[in-house]
Write a protein that binds this ligand. Structure first.
Ligand SMILES: Nc1ncnc2c1ncn2[C@@H]1O[C@H](COP(=O)(O)OP(=O)(O)OP(=O)(O)O)[C@@H](O)[C@H]1O
Ligand SMILES: [Mg+2]
Length: 273
């Protein structure tokens, strides 16, 4: 593992779950560019495509993976931490990608328990493990949120996105995940009836990170498979992602694996007194 931020020691890689209540909100764009941006800080980064049905990290990074998470799942029990990395696909930037299965029908083979085992093994090899999660809070995404050190909750300024993000944040509160959640307003400069500056109050969230609206560059980045932090490092989007990366890294502390394992269902539905 690299030394990371000089003043802190990272014992175990940090897991960052990139989530949203709704789909199509910018999770993949942000995950990919965040991963590359962390590489630029000389950190070792693994990016997991957590959308096991229709994952598109490989397209967004123009990669043709030899292996996917499905291949690791089949062998995980026999794998040592250092051999898990054999299943990753290296991007030219240095990001190691764990690709989603090649077909949606294979998603059911990716069981949460094994995914968590894989992530814990990856923690030994990387400073950061970024997970581009499925939209919503269910199944493996919920488990990812639980083990994550940081949850990035992405929204935009559309009413439906804000309504669902509010519900999602409330649920994260019940699960006691709110402390480790960071709200990100993507496309905050988009034309909208709701003003970006009103969002923190609406969602009861003071600390907000904003990413501007730049559809031309965002779609170019995703469609050409070249992250904008590489191709357009001086753009408004890249500057916002670098700033977000800075804030993420500055929170670094010594990370240890969580031991406590109270049932998530119990947290959501506490038994009546
Ligand atoms: N900051 C932005 N400015 C302009 N357009 C953006 C921005 N972020 C994302 N987009 C656009 O929004 C669309 C969805 O982005 P992306 O695929 O990253 O979302 P997603 O949350 O990963 O979607 P899914 O839930 O389908 O996985 C893309 O067309 C992308 O170009
Ligand atoms: Mg996506």
């Amino acid at each position: 593992m690299s030394e990371g931020v000089q003043t802190n020691t990272i014992q175990q890689g940090k897991v960052v779950a990139v989530c949203s209540a709704k789909g199509g909100i910018g999770k993949t764009l942000i995950s990919v560019n965040l991963a590359v941006s962390l590489i630029k800080k000389n950190l070792n980064v693994c990016l997991i495509d957590g959308d096991f049905q229709f994952g598109d990290v490989s397209v967004a990074m123009d990669l043709t993976p030899t292996y996917t998470i499905r291949d690791i799942i089949e062998e995980i029990e026999d794998l040592e931490s250092n051999t898990v990395t054999n299943f990753l696909t290296r991007h030219s930037s240095g990001v190691s990608v764990l690709a989603a299965p090649e077909r949606p029908e294979y998603a059911d083979l990716v069981v949460s328990e094994k995914v968590i085992t894989i992530i814990n093994k990856l923690r030994d090899n990387f400073d950061y493990i970024i997970v581009d999660c499925d939209a919503g809070i269910q199944g493996t995404t919920l488990e990812m949120m639980e083990i994550a050190d940081e949850i990035l909750v992405i929204t935009n300024l559309e009413m439906t996105a804000l309504k669902n993000t509010k519900l999602m944040l409330e649920t994260l509160g019940k699960l006691e995940f709110r402390e480790k959640s960071q709200l990100i307003i993507n496309r905050y400069t988009m034309e909208s009836l709701i003003k970006a500056e009103d969002v923190p109050k609406m969602l009861g969230e003071e600390k907000v990170i904003s990413i501007p609206n730049n559809f031309k560059l965002a779609s170019q980045s995703l469609n050409l498979g070249i992250p904008f932090v590489i191709s357009q490092g001086k753009s408004d989007l890249a500057k916002a992602v670098f700033k977000m990366t800075e804030s993420l890294v500055s929170k670094n502390g010594i990370v240890e694996r969580k031991k406590e394992n109270q049932s998530l269902l119990k947290k959501l539905f506490p038994s009546p007194r």
